[in-house]
Each structure stands twice: as C-alpha cells, then as structure tokens.
Design a protein. Sequence first.
Length: 288
Amino acid sequence: MGFVDTAREPDFDLSAESRRTGVRHYLLGHLVAGGDDGCAPKWAGPQATLQPGADGGDPPAPDADRGDPLDPGDNPVANRIGRLRALGGDVAPTFGGPGVEELAVTCTRPGGLAAAYRRVVGAFDVKAVDFEVRDSEDGAAVLRRARAIRAMQRERPLRVSFTLPLRPYGLNAADVAMLRTTHKAGAEIGTVNLLADMESHTAPSGRLRRLAAAVQLAKDQIAQAQDLPDRGQAWRRIALTPVLAGKGDLSELDARTLAGYAARHGLAWLSLRGVPPSPDVARILRDP
C-alpha cells in the first residue's frame, strides 16, 4: 500500500508509479474540512488547475463558481485514478491528518457529516476510505464520525481504515477509547494502520524488537476495543507504516525483517512514509 500526500506531491503519477514499482493501491491524503459550516470536504493545500478527467479523457467542466473541492480536476493526483484502475489498482481517500481539522470536528449539522463523506465516496466511486484520526479526545466528533460511517456502510459495502500513531506503549488511551466507541456505535473498522516513527539507524540496537513490542501491545488493545474473542484475530486488522526521518534509517536487512514480520503475522499491509528509502529497500518491501 502506497501513500501520497497530494498537496506535497501534486505531480505524482499514480499509473506511472504503479508500473514502475508494482504498487497497485494507494491512500490519497488529505481531505479536510471546508465551507462556512465545516461540512464541505476539500483537499488540503492549494487547489490545482484543471487537468484531464479522472477517466483519462477531457477535463471536467468547471462549476459556475469554480469552487467544487471534489472536482477531480482540482486535484491532479486524484485526477489520475482512472488510469490506475485500468492497471487493476485503486485508491482510498484519507480524511483528516496531522495539523488539520477532519470533517467530524467541524460538521455538526444533523446528517451533514454522512452527506459529506458520501460526496467523496460517490465523486471517486471508491470502495474504501481511510481516516487519519487526530481528534480522539473530542467525544462528540468521535461519535458523529462513527454514526456517519455506520450509515454509509448500511448503504453500500465500504471498507474503512483508521490511521493512528503508534507509541512505545502501543496506542494512547484516547485512541483506544475512540476505537471502542466507534465499534459500539456499529461502525466496522476493518484495519488500523499504525504510523510508527522509525528510530534512527544510530539508535541503540534492538530498535526493530522495540517496534515489534509496540505493535504487540497495540494488537491487544485493538482486540479488546473491538471485542474480538481471540486476540490473535487482530493481526489481520493491523497495517504497519514505519515513518522514516532519514534515507538510511532502514537497511536491506531491516526491510527483510519487516517484510517477514508482516507475512508471518498476516498484517493487512506494510507501507512506508517520510523520507524515501533506497531503491533496494523499497524493492524488498514491495516484493518480500
């Protein structure tokens, strides 16, 4: 699973990168709150100029006010989804993220939040969405989002993942409580994507063991929050995304160890963020 910050990489070509790397599925971030009432989803960063349509054809006709935040032409990366799908790939848009407001925080109008999410799902005809949650301490926002997800999942098959920061002690208490509340509200969260800051290669030995220990703790927390009868069932609901601060923070041996770990436990996916690793490291993680 790849990740694209469309504001930072507006020229990212989904189909070209997919052909080059073999990666077929991407998370696209970040969709944030907009509009006077906080119920209008928009892409983070400045809106782009019109590009060819999402199916690779002519540019979509602009709205009269030229302000539709979900017009594929207003995001050149999302605009290329059709070409990726022609290769057998797909995307999941990511709501929220660090330093931004997710729609659940701002959209308090009854029915407004579900409508906003539906707009994204319908605009890009996606089968999966991701939420990079940073508002777990806001109980009202957590419940609004859970109910909106439940409403959408009752209408159509929709896979949902939550991206949460991993700590040395697993997940923080607010994130665990958020998962529990979301589950009890009837929303199905199929995957919890753990964002793990990778210790530098200069850190004391055992950094991958420490990472594995943190994932183990998070696994037990996820199992408990989602009322799984067997804690081992949580492994397949976990994705792991190390975040690199430097190109040398992940060696080829590290990459093989991570790939083996993900395969052994049946993780949903393994991804990377931050500074791109060496091509050999990326290849190992892509083709373990």
